[in-house]
Design a protein around this ligand. Structure first.
Ligand SMILES: Cc1ncc(COP(=O)(O)O)c(C=O)c1O
Length: 288
């Protein structure tokens, strides 16, 4: 079955799908995106992704006339036509196509493209048993990273550095030692039985997996503190973890080559992973 993409209302083979060279997403990263998990053919946490996309549209004053209902139908239709049970749905929404000029174009129409790529969530379940390594990098991104724009070059460079170091992720750290988040994941530590993660602010992306984990942990009577933590605290913590759509919950066992806690996945990570797995099953029927 050929891979199919959605481009402004049309579904066509991925290899034929394209955007014009004057798309503002291409020239200015004047575009938003979302990555949603497709598990068992169903979308996970769709409402959360939609709400974040709407917040981004408002923040950037992009006028996008498609209703939530129409967007949901288009997304689910593309997922169904691609036929993958486990996949990632990628949506990118730019301000549109216009002659290159920094200021907003008067007449451009927002442009939506979507792709669906197969994804192996079971590999993440395997990684939960071993844990993963992170390195640290300076957080040299702009000051509004809560808006999920396609301007990801600092994240790309940080994640490439992680890969070169044999690590899964790069944690982005401020000059005074605060761990903001990873290149494409939110960062957590466990200390004294409490779960700690950076508060929502313009300095982190409010992950959908982050919001889900906070909800599930609190429902399970686990204390969650949304507060800044330092690299020093992380190195002294009992456990560390990361979350995202593509890595729903992974134990971090080393930071810059130094062990966290016992240097192996800890009991809180296992407990949280079980809560996340139950939630995925509840929403989609998927079981790893
Ligand atoms: C910088 C950054 N932080 C956190 C996340 C996690 O967000 P989510 O849980 O919505 O996938 C992402 C996901 O792309 C990200 O790019």
């Amino acid at each position: 079955m050929p891979q199919l993409a959605y481009v402004d209302g049309r579904i066509l083979p991925l290899r034929e799908a394209s955007v014009p060279v004057e798309d503002r997403g291409l020239q200015f990263a004047d575009a938003l995106y979302e990555v949603t998990a497709v598990m068992n053919g169903r979308l996970l946490d769709w409402d959360g992704h939609l709400a974040r996309l709407r917040r981004g549209l408002a923040a950037l004053a992009i006028d996008f006339p498609m209703s939530d209902a129409a967007l949901g139908i288009a997304a689910r239709n593309l997922v169904r036509r691609n036929g993958h049970r486990d996949a990632l749905l990628y949506m990118q929404l730019s301000r549109g196509v216009a002659r290159r000029d920094h200021v907003f174009p008067g007449a451009a129409r927002a442009s939506l493209v979507m792709t669906v790529r197969r994804f192996d969530f079971a590999q993440r379940v395997r990684q939960q048993r071993t844990g993963i390594a992170v390195i640290t990098r300076p957080d040299d991104r702009w000051g509004r990273v809560e808006i999920k724009t396609t301007g990801l070059l600092p994240n790309v460079l940080a994640k490439q550095a992680a890969k070169a170091a044999g690590a899964f992720e790069a944690w982005l750290v401020t000059p005074d030692g605060v761990v903001r988040e990873g290149g494409s994941t939110n960062a957590w530590i466990v200390a004294g039985g409490r779960l700690i993660t950076h508060p929502l602010s313009p300095h982190i992306l409010g992950g959908i997996a982050r919001a889900t984990l906070i909800r599930l942990a609190r429902e399970a009577q686990i204390v969650v503190e949304e507060r800044a933590f330092t690299l020093q605290e992380a190195l002294a913590a009992d456990e560390a973890l990361l979350t995202s759509t593509t890595a729903p919950l992974l134990p971090v066992v080393t930071i810059d080559g130094r062990p966290v806690g016992s240097g192996t996945p800890g009991p809180m990570a296992a407990r949280l992973a079980a809560l996340v797995a139950d939630e995925m099953e509840r929403q989609t029927g998927w079981r790893g």
